[in-house]
Design a protein. Structure first.
Length: 119
């Protein structure tokens, strides 16, 4: 089961975003930003009915509703780190990401648009 994440230090987030915007990001930057924005999503949309997966970095359970404890959750959202960071920061809109298959979402409550962007 995914664990609760903590937001990263604001200075570290700013540095990682600057490198990403300059096209100089490293896997460590993607990991930091992915986990940071997933932690913000957890605080904005608490719950256990949707599992958001950003392999290989992290996964969280969010959104109020039916909670699952074993097996596949009732709703799953999966994407790569670059897509997640773009959605979280408002660079990419949810409908565009979903329509272009950058996001794989299934199940009830799998639409994260009401919670995005995060900041």
């Amino acid at each position: 089961m995914p664990s609760r994440l903590r937001p990263a230090d604001p200075a570290a987030v700013a540095d990682a975003r600057a490198r990403l915007d300059a096209g100089e990001s490293a896997p460590a930057d993607l990991r930091l930003l992915t986990k940071h924005y997933l932690a913000l999503l957890e605080s904005r949309a608490p719950g256990k009915s949707v599992e958001v997966r950003v392999p290989p970095y992290a996964a969280v359970q969010v959104v109020e509703g039916v909670r699952h404890t074993r097996g596949t959750p009732p709703a799953v959202v999966e994407m790569d780190a670059e897509t997640w960071i773009a959605l979280a920061t408002g660079v990419l809109d949810w409908p565009v990401a979903a329509d272009s298959a950058r996001v794989r979402a299934s199940g009830e409550r799998a639409d994260l648009a009401p919670y995005l962007p995060l900041g």
